[in-house]
Design a protein. Structure first.
Length: 80
């Protein structure tokens, strides 16, 4: 993913949509890093009975909104 990010400027415009799935992967890896690589953290799993459900729902909404923003920015600018 890091190499794709470094070489994105040499990818033709018609090929850049192929890089969009990398945005989801990078966003998920950033989310993992934020929760100290706990893959079962409620903010990543999207629910569970532990913790405040409002907090978990809010965190998931922010994560989805952030992902949509990143995908839109990448689609418009061609950089991620």
């Amino acid at each position: 993913l890091h190499r794709a990010r470094e070489k994105q400027s040499v990818v033709p415009n018609v090929g850049r949509p192929c890089l969009l799935p990398a945005i989801c992967g990078l966003q998920y890896l950033d989310s993992l890093r934020e929760v100290d690589y706990d893959v079962l953290h409620p903010s990543l799993v999207g629910g569970g009975s532990t913790g405040s459900s409002e907090h978990v729902v809010g965190a998931e909404r922010r994560r989805k909104l952030g992902l949509m923003f990143l995908l839109g920015r990448t689609w418009l600018t061609g950089t991620f």
